[in-house]
Design a protein around this ligand. Sequence first.
Ligand code: MLT
Length: 404
Amino acid sequence: MVTVNRNYLKLPGSYLFSTIAKKVNIFQEENPQASVIRLGIGDVTQPLAPAIIDSLHRSVDEMGHRETFRGYAPDLGYDFLRDAIAKNDYRDRGCDISADEIFVSDGAKSDSGNIQEIFGTDNKVAVCDPVYPVYVDTNVMAGRTGAYSQEKGCFDGVIYMPCTADNGFMPEFPEEVPDLIYLCFPNNPTGGAITKERLQEWVDYANRYGCVIIYDAAYEAYISQEGIPHSIYECEGARTCAIELRSFSKNAGFTGVRLGFTVVPKDLVRDGVQLHRLWARRHGTKFNGAPYIVQRAGESVYSPEGKQQLAQQVAYYMRNARVIHDGLQDAGYSVYGGVDAPYIWLAVPNGMSSWEFFDHLLSQAHVVGTPGSGFGANGEGYFRLTAFSTYENTVEAVERMKKM
Ligand code: MLT
């Protein structure tokens, strides 16, 4: 008799952003005249930069000629891209990471969901609360957690590290020492950024207790302040305790193109095994490489023109972040984030729950955001807005919210 992976049945409802999309579609069907502004999912709106488009055109043409046609990509990524990443994202920042420690993939969402596979199911997982739901849900699917408590809004067997206004939305060391620690900075959803000193403390902690930090740095391009690390490998000792996830979605607008990478240093050994070896085995078995044309597009992100054009694109979104942050602050909201991250985290007014505020905002202002409780129990009473819309829609959304 066929049985199913019953761990999936522990997951309440559907994936957060699918639930939101369904709700918005229903609202739009019932209110066809409403011009809905979407500041919910962190999806980009600006077209690919010219340097990327040129690179795509060139590589598409290569695929049309026998001499330059490419079939399967190397399963860990083309050297031209891994070399560019190692140089620009790591060595130029003083981080000791080599090209063969970089695993090119189809994006950080897949990697952040898949990385748990190389660890035993008896590992204890710690996450920030609120948290990007993929880290928790994939550990639930793998059987690394107990049941979901509707009342507490969390899973048994997971160590939640509350990130609240009281601690500046920064996780504190948990009472129970975890095995796997997920950290995301700049943070999704709160928009908070960790200092190098504080991250160093986490690295020291992980090395002391033998934990592994899974560090999601998908939003590093949005860092604007000094003293905020772009990579965990800026910290001393991170090579022996940290895996880093990176994305091209937010710095280069690849949400629909799909490209990311994971760094697993060869010095990272647990249970007598090099994790690099396991991730390479997993990648080789389950992944046939990101497309050649997409990897060429990724390479162009590091060209002088690409860098300059993408800096402008990031600045465009960060202007939106300021519009939301300052506009809502002026309107009396308590707002956080938006300085080193494209997310603004606001306290829901008038004692509403975050889903009540979602409905209120959608029905009154026709603006979509993400309810904080969708990211965890400590997200209740908060709401996330993204800076990834167009400037015009961002201004309009804030104007509508001010009139509510
Ligand atoms: C988000 O809105 O949290 C992100 O866009 C989700 C993702 O990157 O997968």
